[in-house]
Write a protein that binds this ligand. Structure first.
Ligand code: AFP
Length: 314
């Protein structure tokens, strides 16, 4: 009930909480460094240039100045943390090697500012981070030792798991992250659905799944930001997000290393599920840094129903 003497569990800050969880010192340090970096990303979002950077990312997509600035903030923190071996970012062309020594080190794959194109219309955006032991970043998501996202919305929240359940922290007026939810659990099925991509490009199986959801009374909730849309499904504990295979992009849009693996890790830790339509996201063996995958993620029964409608293919 009480961490630091006299504090209630919901006054405990992130570092104290992590120490109480018997998490290795290096992982505590890494998670706290990511949390610290987010404070500078907040400042960049609130005051930074909303224009284009004049460069493109790993996917050949035009970068915004905010993408580049957020990426630099997080990369510098990781680089100087003393516990990181390799870094991969959605905004960097190649893996950035910090150390060749894997002992006690982690490798990190992150999307520094997912949904950055939404900032100019003042919608919520986020940072997504996946953490692996050692120096190999092309492991399956099943091998991850932790995942974090920071949601920059009306409130700033941080959601993490290191395999011992899912916890939410909310930033207070002193810019400290204090515990606000612990051991977050999802219901077996829900009444929210988040359908990404153009409906006219859906395959028949996905179209039938959408009609099933609507007939059972599910409400459409979609912001265009992966982090707020997943956060809604997770924190309300009831719903399913999908970015399916489309007729002109069979692997959908979202990126396995930087977006899907971290979120699938968190959702599975909360009792949910995440699939590419055939097999669990976390079992996909990455073949390249820029790999994309279709995704259905959220309540276990809803995700299983999607698999049934897709019947092994889209
Ligand atoms: P940007 O990072 O280019 O804004 O894209 C955001 C995103 O990668 C993810 O956050 C959303 O879930 C998805 O794209 C939305 O894509 P659509 O606009 O095609 O629905």
């Amino acid at each position: 009930m009480f961490g630091e003497a006299g504090k209630t569990k919901f006054q405990i800050d992130l570092r104290q909480h992590l120490r109480d969880q018997n998490i290795s010192g290096n992982l505590v340090h890494l998670l706290c460094e990511i949390a610290e970096a987010s404070k500078y990303v907040i400042n960049a979002i609130r005051t930074g240039d909303l224009g284009v950077a004049g460069t493109s990312n790993l996917y050949g997509e035009e970068q915004l100045a905010l993408d580049v600035l957020s990426d630099r903030i997080i990369r510098k923190r990781l680089q100087h943390s003393g516990v990181v071996c390799n870094i991969a970012s959605e905004e960097m062309e190649e893996i950035f090697q910090v150390s060749s020594n894997p002992q006690g080190m982690f490798s990190v794959a992150y999307d520094p500012l997912d949904g950055s194109s939404l900032v100019d219309v003042n919608l919520a955006v986020g940072t997504i981070v996946g953490i692996y032991q050692g120096c190999d970043l092309l492991q399956t998501g099943r091998k991850m030792v932790g995942a974090v996202y920071i949601l920059y919305g009306p409130r700033v929240s941080l959601v993490y798991s290191v395999g011992k359940g899912v916890y939410e922290f909310t930033m207070n007026q002193l810019m400290e992250f204090t515990l606000t939810r612990e051991q977050i659990r999802m219901q077996p099925s829900g009444d929210i659905y988040s359908p990404g991509g153009l409906r006219k490009k859906y395959c028949e199986g996905n179209e039938r799944f959408i009609r099933y959801l609507e007939e059972k009374g599910s409400k459409l909730r979609y912001s265009g930001g992966f982090v707020p849309d997943i956060n809604q499904v997770l924190i309300k504990g009831k719903g399913v997000f999908m970015y399916p295979a489309l007729t002109d992009s069979p692997n959908g849009k979202l990126r396995l290393l930087f977006e899907l693996n971290p979120m699938a890790f968190l959702i599975e830790q909360a009792g949910g599920a995440a699939t590419n339509g055939e097999s669990p996201i976390l079992d996909i063996v990455p073949e390249s840094l820029d790999q994309r995958s279709p995704i259905y993620i959220g309540c276990r029964e809803d995700v299983e129903k999607a698999r049934e409608f897709l019947n092994g293919g889209c």
